[in-house]
Structures are given as structure tokens and as C-alpha cells.
Design a protein around this ligand. Structure first.
Ligand code: IPE
Ligand code: IPE
Ligand code: MG
Length: 246
């Protein structure tokens, strides 16, 4: 069993995932793209469960990017209604499994009903402590960085802050991810090898793992494989291999 090979003392605290390939998965079977999105819900459950069982603290899932607003209207609408129905169904499971739901992204851009349901679920699960599941929705890293910059610029303009006080830590405290550690591992499914405007700042030193598996086919074992691959890497952070070993 692949799960048993994982070293529980070397787990990442935070895994970020770009869930990609729903459309291609559906097309392969002659179905509409929406069918692929519907079948992308089960792997979310698989990964969340696997992460919670192992004791991983944070999972961030890229569910909808700022650029995804440019998709056909019907696909965007289908994704938004899928979001509401899934959250309604999953809140009970999240509660039972002691999982806290959080979001990052421009929630104001979401339809009011989706936003309200989402915020309700976030509020309802806010006391849970086992795993934090962060949904990146209407999320774009450039947007996030610009928003942080605007806040900081305003503080400087109002003489509340000196430019010399803008450290990496301070900048980070203005990002939407301020209460989560940086992801140590980023997984992208479907064979695409790009970041697509996801957590640009936060992934600066993440290990990147790409798999050809399409998101609707992603199972617990695929997640374990990514973790094993991560555990076999040497994270050097600019140092030499000899420095790391000693
Ligand atoms: C990922 O699957 C889900 C979202 C971006 C919402 P895609 O819909 O991008 O699937 P492909 O990449 O077209 O196969
Ligand atoms: C990235 O997937 C966004 C999400 C998975 C939500 P896309 O399918 O939108 O990315 P690109 O456009 O192929 O880079
Ligand atoms: Mg895609």
C-alpha cells in the first residue's frame, strides 16, 4: 500500500492544488464540460479526507480563477450553481469531520446567493480544528497582490506607515492568505505545467508536482503519490546540498 510508505514526520503542513482537466475528462466521453465539473466534486472529498486522516493542516483548492470569468456564460453559471449545491451538501460532512472551510478570492464578484451560502458555511465551520480547507474562488494572485499594495499605499499616504516598515512579513500580512503557512507542495492535475495566476507569492519556494491524471480521476492514491514524491525531494532554499545534509 502506497499510503504506508508516507513518512508522517515529514508531511507538508499545507498542500495547494490546481484542480484541472474537468473539461477534457468530459469531452473524452463525449459529454458536456459541465459533466466534468460535476465529477470533480468526488476527488475534492477524497483529497480532503486523505489529508485529514494523515494530519495535514491546510489544503487550498483552486476552484475558480479570476480568468475563468471569461468562459462561456453557461459554463460559469453551471459552476456557480454547482458550488452552492455542493456546499449545501458538504457542510454536514465538514462538521462531522471537524474541517474548517475558508475562502480566498474576490467574493464580491460572485453571485449574491453563492457568496451568502459560502459565507454561511465558513461561519458554521469556523470552530473546527482538524483541517482547514481553503477554497480559492474568483481568485487571482495578481489581484491579491495589487489589493495588498493598495492597502499599504493608503496607509503610507495617511502617514500610518513608513516605506521602510514594508517588510516581507508586513506585506504578507496584507495578503488574503495571511493566516495560513506557505504551501510546501503544489499539485496540478491534467498535465498542464503552469501556475495560472495561483498563489504567486506564496509558492515562491514550494515543490511543484505535475500529474497527467485528469482531476475527476484523481484518487487518494494519486495524492499519496504526490506526497511521496515531495518527501524524496531535497528542499535547499538557496543553500548547497552539503549544507542541508550537515
Ligand atoms: C478545471 O477544469 C476546473 C476549472 C477551471 C473551473 P477545466 O474546466 O479547466 O478543464 P480543462 O482544462 O478544460 O480540461
Ligand atoms: C486554472 O485552470 C484554474 C483552476 C483550476 C480553477 P485553467 O484551466 O483555468 O487554467 P489555464 O487557463 O489552462 O491556464
Ligand atoms: Mg483547465
Amino acid at each position: 500500500m502506497i499510503k504506508e510508505q508516507i513518512d508522517l514526520n515529514k508531511l507538508p503542513r499545507h498542500v495547494a492544488i490546481i484542480m484541472d482537466g474537468n473539461g477534457r475528462w468530459a469531452k473524452k466521453q463525449g459529454k458536456l464540460r459541465v459533466f466534468g465539473h460535476q465529477n470533480g466534486v468526488l476527488p475534492v472529498r477524497e483529497v480532503t479526507e486523505a489529508a485529514a486522516e494523515l494530519g495535514i493542516e491546510f489544503i487550498t483548492l483552486y476552484a475558480f480563477s479570476t480568468e475563468n470569468w471569461n468562459r462561456p456564460k453557461s459554463e460559469v453559471q453551471a459552476l456557480m450553481s454547482l458550488l452552492i449545491s455542493t456546499i449545501n451538501k458538504e457542510v454536514k460532512v465538514l462538521q462531522k469531520n471537524n474541517i474548517r472551510l475558508q475562502t480566498i478570492g474576490d467574493l464580491n464578484a460572485l453571485p449574491a446567493k453563492s457568496r451568502d451560502e459560502l459565507l454561511r458555511a465558513v461561519e458554521a465551520t469556523s470552530g473546527n480544528t482538524r483541517l482547514t480547507l481553503v477554497l480559492a474562488l474568483s481568485y487571482g494572485s495578481r489581484f491579491e497582490i495589487i489589493e495588498a499594495t493598495k492597502k499599504i499605499a493608503l496607509a503610507v499616504t495617511n502617514n500610518l506607515l513608513k516605506p521602510s516598515e514594508i517588510t516581507e512579513e508586513f506585506f504578507e500580512s496584507n495578503l488574503m492568505t495571511h493566516n495560513t503557512p506557505h504551501p510546501e507542495l503544489m499539485i496540478r492535475t491534467s498535465g498542464e505545467m503552469r501556475i495560472s495566476n495561483f498563489l504567486l507569492w506564496q509558492l515562491a519556494y514550494a515543490e511543484l508536482y505535475f500529474t497527467p491524471v485528469l482531476w475527476p480521476d484523481f484518487k487518494k492514491d494519486d495524492f499519496y503519490k504526490a506526497l511521496l514524491d515531495y518527501q524524496n525531494r531535497e528542499r535547499r532554499f538557496g543553500k548547497t546540498s552539503e549544507q542541508i545534509e550537515s
